[in-house]
Design a protein around this ligand. Structure first.
Ligand code: UDP
Ligand code: MG
Length: 320
């Protein structure tokens, strides 16, 4: 088959990983090529995300040794999601499909064979889904579980346990290119593109060298980006709180009235209690109402494309 594959690998201070990673991915490319799953002009494209260590120089060396290794360097540390996008959008002009994977090779490279078989069947997006979280520490398991549950609660459409190991076809890359949003959360964004997709399970191993480049702060930013860019539900919850307050106020009013009629209250207590709850409820409802508008403005300012044409059957007459 003549499919050009680009494997996009973001790397931030990965000097301990680069050489092994590159060797393994080149070996994988050769295997895939031998199986006829990708063409000889396929590449491994590293994206150096503003590393402060020797990552860039090592990439240069690898590139000089083997033309199948290519790399981009970003001007500064822009974060994993931006590095991924930079690599994918760069590759879209040369590749038929792109697979993204981390430099620490925690994801099983052998799943790529299945990714490409699915691609050959006409699937545009293949999501790698980890089959277990056994290799994760307790905290990672807990925070990741909470994150996916929270995302689902807030109504964002994401695939549980799918990180950024996936295959995308050229037309999905063209579609991604049309998004203009700045706070990137690719897992959610790619879901909104549509197209034919499937999931493939893979095993996760431990990081073979170096330490995680995802600090707790970076993880938190990713989670907040994920929630706020796909849902205005938090704003809606404010309004719900307001309604709850008003409902509570009504129930409280009945109770107050009974106590008042029994003459068991200090003068003024009833009116203060009631107005407190009523005003709080009304303020929250108003806030929620403003929130609804802010939410819409927020979604609009993203200027997301409204649709992508996946297929067209049309035999036009000559253009005038
Ligand atoms: N990464 C990046 N920029 C960053 C942080 C991470 O390009 O600011 C890369 C990193 O080099 C690795 C991938 O993103 O290839 C995933 O990071 P890591 O393995 O440290 O995350 P974890 O697996 O611990 O969640
Ligand atoms: Mg990792």
């Amino acid at each position: 088959m003549n499919n050009t594959l680009y494997i996009v690998v973001p790397c931030y201070n990965e000097e301990e990983c680069i050489n092994v990673c590159s060797a393994q991915l080149i070996k994988k490319l050769e295997q895939l090529q031998a199986k006829g799953l990708c063409s000889a002009d396929s590449r491994v494209l590293f994206v150096n995300d503003g590393s402060a260590d020797r990552t860039r120089d090592m990439l240069m060396q690898l590139h000089e040794q083997d033309e199948r290794v290519a790399f981009l360097s970003l001007s500064t540390n822009c974060g994993h999601q931006n590095a991924l996008l930079a690599g994918m959008l760069y590759a879209k002009d040369y590749a038929d499909c792109v697979i993204t994977i981390d430099a620490d090779l925690q994801q099983d490279v052998n799943a790529m064979d299945i990714f490409l078989e699915k691609y050959a069947e006409g699937i545009d997006i293949v999501y790698g889904v980890r089959s277990s979280r056994d290799t994760d520490g307790f905290m990672k398991k807990l925070t990741a579980g909470a994150f996916y549950s929270l995302m689902q609660f807030f109504g964002a459409d994401i695939i549980r346990n799918h990180a950024d190991y996936r295959l995308l076809s050229k037309r999905v890359l063209m579609a991604l290119d049309q998004y203009t949003e700045v706070n990137l959360f690719l897992r959610g964004l790619i879901r909104t593109c549509g197209f034919r997709s499937c999931t493939v399970e893979f095993e996760v191993s431990e990081r073979f060298a170096g330490e995680s480049k995802y600090s707790p702060a970076k993880m938190l930013k990713l989670a907040v980006d994920g929630i706020t860019s796909f849902s205005v539900r938090p704003l809606r919850i404010i309004m719900m709180l307001g309604f709850c307050c008003v409902l509570f106020c009504i129930a409280w009013a009945v109770y107050d009235l009974v106590v008042f009629l029994q003459g068991k209250t200090i003068p003024g207590w009833t009116s203060i209690m009631l107005s407190l709850w009523l005003i709080a409820g009304m303020i929250l409802i108003s806030l929620g109402c403003v929130g609804e508008y802010v939410g819409r403005i927020y979604m609009e300012t993203k200027r997301r494309p409204r649709y992508f044409v996946a297929e067209s059957q049309h035999k036009p007459a000559d253009k005038k």
